[in-house]
Design a protein around this ligand. Sequence first.
Ligand code: JB2
Length: 217
Amino acid sequence: MEKIILIGAGGHAKSVIDSLKAQGKYEPAGIIDKTEVDDTHVLSIPIIGTDEDLPRFYEKGIRHAFVTVGSIGDTRIRQRLYEKLKAIGFILPDIIDPSAVISPTVKLGEGVFIGKSVTVNASSSIGDMAIINTAAVIEHECTIGNFCHIAPAAALCGNVSIGENTHIGTNATIIQGIKVGSNALVGAGSVVLKDIPDKVHVAGVPAREINSKETIK
Ligand code: JB2
C-alpha cells in the first residue's frame, strides 16, 4: 500500500483517518503539525514532525499527502498548505469514506475529502481540496468550487453552484438552481432561496445578509 502523510493533527484529522483506514488505499506514514505538539498520536497515527520536515519525507520516498487541517469559513491555511505540498511535488489523492454514495458521473478534483454517509448525485463536480462533510447531500448537476467546505448534513438541491472558498454551514438547505458566490458564507441551519453574491455572509430562514461577526458557522 502507498504511504501517505497527513498535515494537521486536530479534530478534522480524526474524521479523515477513519475514512482513510476504511478506504484501504493508503497507509498513513504519520501526521505533521505546524509546531511541536504535546500529543504523540491521533487515533494511533504518530505525529512525526512539522511542516519544515515535508521535503525530507518526500526525499525519503513518500509521494502522497493529504491536508487534515479543516476549515470553518477560512480556507487560507488549507490553500497555503496545498500550494506548499504541490511545490514539493506531492500527489494529493481524494479520501472518500466507503459509506458515501457517489454517482460514477461525478467529477472530483484533487485532495478532496468526502465523509461518512455523503451523497453526491449525477453530473455534479467537486473542486480541488473541497471538504464534503458527514451526511451532506449534493444533488444532481451541482458545482462545488475549490477549497469549499460543505459542513455536516447540509443539503444542496439540484443545479446549485458554489464558488471557491465558500463555507456552507451545518444543516443549511439551498434550493435548486441557486448560485452562491466565492468567499461567501452560509450560516448553520439557513435556508437559501436567493442567489448570494461573492463575499456575502447570510444566515436565517429564509437566509438574509448579516454582518460577518454574527454568523453561526
Ligand atoms: O500550517 C499548519 C497548521 N495550521 C494549523 N500546518 C500544519 N501541519 N498543521 C497546522 N495546524 C494544526 O491543525 C493545528 O496545530 C491543529 O493541530 C490542527 C487544527 O485542529 P483543530 O481541531 O483546531 O481544527 P480542525 O481544522 O482539525 O477541525 C475544524 O474543522 C473541521 C472541518 C474543527 O472545527 C472541526 O470541528 C471541523 N469538523
